[in-house]
Design a protein around this ligand. Structure first.
Ligand code: MSP
Length: 486
C-alpha cells in the first residue's frame, strides 16, 4: 500500500488558452488526488499543475499581443488558474516557470549537470555546434524523416534552419541503463503499448539533445554560460522537482520525490519517457515510479486548434452543464488510455439521460417521497443487494473512469428499479407503512453508496446527496434540481 501520492499534470504552454484537452488531464489528476486523499490522508497527497512560460513560442505570442513576455504570461497563467477553479480542481500547488523559486533551482540543476559524469565516465554535457531544422510550434528539432512535404505535420509550417553553438546532453550514455529500468518496470510506463513504443525508440537509437539555445531570449540563463538560455524542455521538466523544493528544501523534496504518477498525452511521451529519466539519472535522483500516457482527443475528427477555431473551453461547458456536469461528460466519454473523437453535440443527450434524468431524477423523486409520505424522516438504510464500493475503487486505481461511471449508472438504475417494482405510492395509499419505510430506506441506502462512489469524481454532487439524505435532518426535495435539463 502506498504511503504518499505525488501526482503531476504537464505544465501547459501559456500561448494557448486552457481548453478541454488540458482540462481532461487535469481532471483525471484531480480525481486521483481526491481519491488518494481519502485513502492516505490529505497530508500525504501532493497534486501539482502549472504553466510552461518560457521559449520562442511564448515570446512570439506575447509580441503579437503587444505585451512583454512576462505581462503576457501573467495574463494567461490567470486564465489557467480560473479554468481549474471552474472545474473544482484541488491542486496543492501551481508552478509557473517564470517564478524565482523555479528559475533559481533550474540554474542549480544546470550547475549539477555541468559537473555530472555519465555511467561511461564522460561529462554529461558538452558543447557542440548544432545544425538542424527547428519547429517553434513543437519547440523541438526535427529530422527530415519527420516532415511531410517539407513541413511539420502538426503545425503545417516549414521548420527553420538553425546553426548555433549549444550545450548537449549525452543521452546516448544513459540509454542502456534506462532500457533496463523500463523493462523491469522500476520506471513504469503505462499503458503497455506506450512502454513498447519507448523501448522501440531506444532500439532505433536516440540522439543526444541540445539543452541550451543561443538565439532564444525568453528563457533561464545558464549560470556558467551567459550566451545561452536553457532549452525550454529542460526548464519545463524540472518543474516536477523544483516545485517540491529541489535542491534546497531537502525535507520537502524527500517527502514527495519520486513522483508516483506523471500524467500526459502521447504528444510529449519522448520528453517524459526518455529525456526526463536520463536527466534525473545525471542528477543522481530516483526516477518517477510511473507515467501514464493517455490518448489525444479530437473534436469532430479534427485536432483542436486556434486556427481551426474549434477550441472548446471548460468555462463555456461549465456555464451550460455545471462543474460536475462537465466532469462527468469528459470522464465518461471514452476510455482513458485511448484516442477518441469528441462529438460535442452528444453532450446534451448524455447530460440529460445520465445526469438530469438519471441521478438527478432519482435523488429528487426519492427525497420527494420521503417528504410527502414519511414527513422527511430517514429510516435506517437497508439494502436488498449489497453494492460493492470497492468495485469502483479498483476501477479508479486502474484509471478506468468511464467504467467507474458506468457502474454508478447501473446502481442508479438499480435504485429506480426498486421504486418501479415496489411502487411506494401504492404502499402509501394502502397504508403499508412498514413496507414503504423498507423500500425508501433501501433506495436511500443506495443513494448514500452512490454518493460515496462519486466522492472523488463528482465531489459537489456527492456532498449534496449526502446532505439531502442525512439522517439527522428532515429529508426534503431539493429546491433546485441537481442537474437542470438542457
Ligand atoms: N508545456 C508542455 C508540457 C511540459 S511538461 C514538463 C506542453 N504543453 S501543452 O499545453 O501543449 O500541453 C500538452 C498536454 O495537454 C498533453 O500532453 C495532454 O496532457 C493535454 N492535452 C492537450 N490537448 C489535448 C487533447 N486534445 N486531448 C488530450 N489531451 C490533451 O506540451
Amino acid at each position: 500500500m502506498k504511503k504518499k501520492f505525488y501526482i503531476t499534470t504537464p505544465i501547459y504552454y501559456v500561448n494557448d488558452r486552457p481548453h478541454i484537452g488540458h482540462s481532461y488531464t487535469t481532471l483525471v489528476a484531480d480525481v486521483l488526488a481526491r481519491y488518494y486523499r481519502e485513502k492516505l490522508g490529505k497530508d500525504n497527497v501532493f497534486f501539482l499543475t502549472g504553466t510552461d512560460e518560457h521559449g520562442t513560442k511564448v515570446a512570439q505570442s506575447a509580441e503579437q499581443s503587444g505585451l512583454s513576455p512576462q505581462q503576457f504570461c501573467d495574463q494567461t497563467a490567470v486564465l489557467f488558474k480560473k479554468a481549474w477553479q471552474s472545474l473544482n480542481i484541488s491542486n496543492d500547488d501551481f508552478i509557473r516557470t517564470t517564478e524565482e523559486r523555479h528559475i533559481k533551482a533550474v540554474q542549480k540543476i544546470f550547475n549539477q549537470l555541468k559537473e555530472a559524469k555519465t555511467p561511461k565516465g564522460n561529462p554529461a554535457i558538452y558543447q557542440d555546434t548544432y545544425q538542424g531544422l527547428y519547429c517553434t510550434g513543437c519547440e523541438k528539432f526535427m529530422t527530415e524523416k519527420e516532415l511531410v512535404d517539407g513541413k511539420c505535420p502538426d503545425h503545417q509550417k516549414k521548420p527553420e534552419k538553425l546553426s548555433e553553438k549549444n550545450w548537449f546532453f549525452r543521452l546516448s550514455d544513459y540509454l542502456d541503463d534506462l532500457k533496463k529500468r523500463i523493462e523491469s518496470n522500476e520506471f513504469e510506463i503505462l499503458p503497455e503499448g506506450r512502454k513498447n513504443e519507448t523501448l522501440g525508440l531506444i532500439e532505433q537509437g536516440v540522439a543526444d539533445f541540445s539543452i541550451s539555445r543561443e538565439t532564444v531570449t525568453w528563457g533561464v540563463e545558464l549560470p556558467f554560460d551567459k550566451t545561452q538560455k536553457s532549452y525550454v524542455w529542460v526548464d519545463a521538466l524540472s518543474n516536477y522537482i523544483t516545485a517540491i523544493g529541489y535542491p534546497d528544501d531537502k525535507e520537502k523534496f524527500n517527502k514527495w520525490w519520486p513522483a508516483d504518477l506523471h500524467l500526459m498525452a502521447q504528444d510529449i511521451l519522448k520528453f517524459h519517457a526518455l529525456y526526463w529519466p536520463a536527466l534525473l539519472m545525471a542528477l543522481d535522483l530516483p526516477l518517477p515510479k510511473r507515467e501514464f500516457i493517455h490518448g489525444f482527443f479530437t473534436i469532430d475528427g479534427k485536432k483542436m486548434s486556434k486556427s481551426l477555431g474549434n477550441i472548446i473551453t471548460p468555462e463555456e461547458l461549465v456555464k451550460k452543464y455545471g462543474t460536475d456536469g462537465v466532469r462527468y461528460l469528459l470522464l465518461s466519454q471514452f476510455s482513458f488510455g485511448q484516442e477518441a473523437d469528441i462529438k460535442a453535440e452528444l453532450f446534451d443527450e448524455r447530460y440529460n439521460a445520465d445526469l438530469a434524468n438519471g441521478i438527478g431524477n432519482l435523488v429528487s423523486r426519492t427525497a420527494n417521497m420521503f417528504e410527502n409520505y414519511l414527513d422527511g424522516k430517514a429510516p435506517p438504510s437497508r439494502l436488498k443487494f449489497d453494492i460493492d464500493i470497492n468495485e469502483i475503487d479498483d476501477l479508479i486505481e486502474d484509471y478506468n473512469f468511464s467504467d467507474a461511471l458506468r457502474k454508478v449508472n447501473e446502481n442508479i438504475e438499480f435504485g429506480n428499479k426498486i421504486i418501479e417494482s415496489d411502487k411506494p405510492w401504492l404502499l402509501y395509499k394502502n397504508g403499508k407503512i412498514d413496507l414503504l419505510i423498507k423500500t425508501l430506506g433501501e433506495v436511500r441506502g443506495i443513494l448514500l453508496k452512490i454518493a460515496d462512489q462519486l466522492k472523488a469524481i463528482l465531489p459537489n454532487t456527492s456532498e449534496k446527496i449526502t446532505d439531502i439524505f442525512d439522517s439527522k435532518k428532515k429529508i426534503e426535495k431539493p429546491k433546485e434540481p441537481l442537474f437542470k435539463r438542457v
